[in-house]
Design a protein around this ligand. Structure first.
Ligand SMILES: [Mg+2]
Length: 198
C-alpha cells in the first residue's frame, strides 16, 4: 500500500445529494418550518423517503422539488467540511461532480454559491437526469473512484470496474460491502493516506 501520495482529484468524482449537499438536513428543516412535520434523521432509513416516513407523498415530492429547482433559495447547505476538503483537493486539479438531478443549472448555481470562485470555475458538473447509468459518465470523465450514498449506484459502478466509496447514511448502512466513509474529514484522511489503493 502506497502511503506517500493520495488519490489524484482528477481520478475521483462525487455525487451531490447527501454527499456534497446536506440534502436531508434541508428536507427535515423544510418539513418542520413549512409543513409543521417533525422528522428525525434516523427515521430516514430508505433512499425512497416515502417508504420510511409517515408523511404524505405529495409533501415529500414538493420538498424535494423545491430542493431540485431552487437549492440556493431553500438554504441547502454543504455537508460539514465538504467545502474545505474539496477546496484543498482542487489545488491539485479540477473536482468532478455527477448528480442524478434532472436540471444542471440550479445545482450549478448552488456550487457557485458555496465554493471559492477559483474552485467553482475549475470544477466539472454533470446532471444525468436518472439514478441509473452513472457508470458511463464516470468512465467518460476518466474517473476511477466515485463517492455516492446510493447502494444501487455503487453496485453499478463496481460492475463497470470503477471503485465505489459509499458515503455512510442510515439508508445504506449494513447494505453493502464496499469501502465506506462517514464524513468529509474521513474522506480527507483516507484519500490522503491512499487507503483505498491496494
Ligand atoms: Mg446522493
Amino acid at each position: 500500500m502506497q502511503r506517500d501520495r493520495g488519490i489524484h482529484p482528477g481520478l475521483i468524482g462525487f455525487d451531490i445529494d447527501c454527499v456534497v449537499a446536506d440534502t436531508m438536513e434541508a428536507f427535515i428543516r423544510l418539513a418542520m418550518d413549512d409543513y409543521g412535520l417533525k422528522v428525525l434523521p434516523e427515521e430516514i432509513t430508505s433512499f425512497q423517503v416515502e417508504e420510511c416516513l409517515a408523511v404524505a407523498p405529495r409533501i415529500i415530492d414538493e420538498i424535494f422539488a423545491r430542493l431540485l429547482s431552487a437549492p440556493v433559495e431553500n438554504g441547502l447547505k454543504p455537508m460539514p467540511h465538504a467545502v474545505a476538503v474539496l477546496t484543498e483537493m482542487a489545488a491539485c486539479g479540477p473536482v468532478t461532480f455527477i448528480t442524478a438531478r434532472p436540471e444542471r443549472e440550479p445545482v450549478d448555481r448552488w456550487l457557485e454559491s458555496i465554493f471559492p470562485k477559483e474552485v467553482y470555475r475549475h470544477s466539472r458538473l454533470v446532471a444525468t437526469g436518472k439514478h441509473d447509468g452513472k457508470a458511463q459518465y464516470v468512465r467518460e470523465l476518466g474517473l476511477q473512484y466515485f463517492v455516492d450514498d446510493r447502494v444501487e449506484t455503487c453496485t453499478e459502478l463496481a460492475e463497470a470496474g470503477i471503485f465505489p466509496i459509499v458515503f455512510a447514511h442510515p439508508w445504506n448502512r449494513g447494505r453493502h460491502s464496499f469501502a465506506s466513509i462517514d464524513s468529509w474529514l474521513d474522506i480527507k484522511q483516507r484519500i490522503l493516506f491512499n487507503e483505498f489503493v491496494s
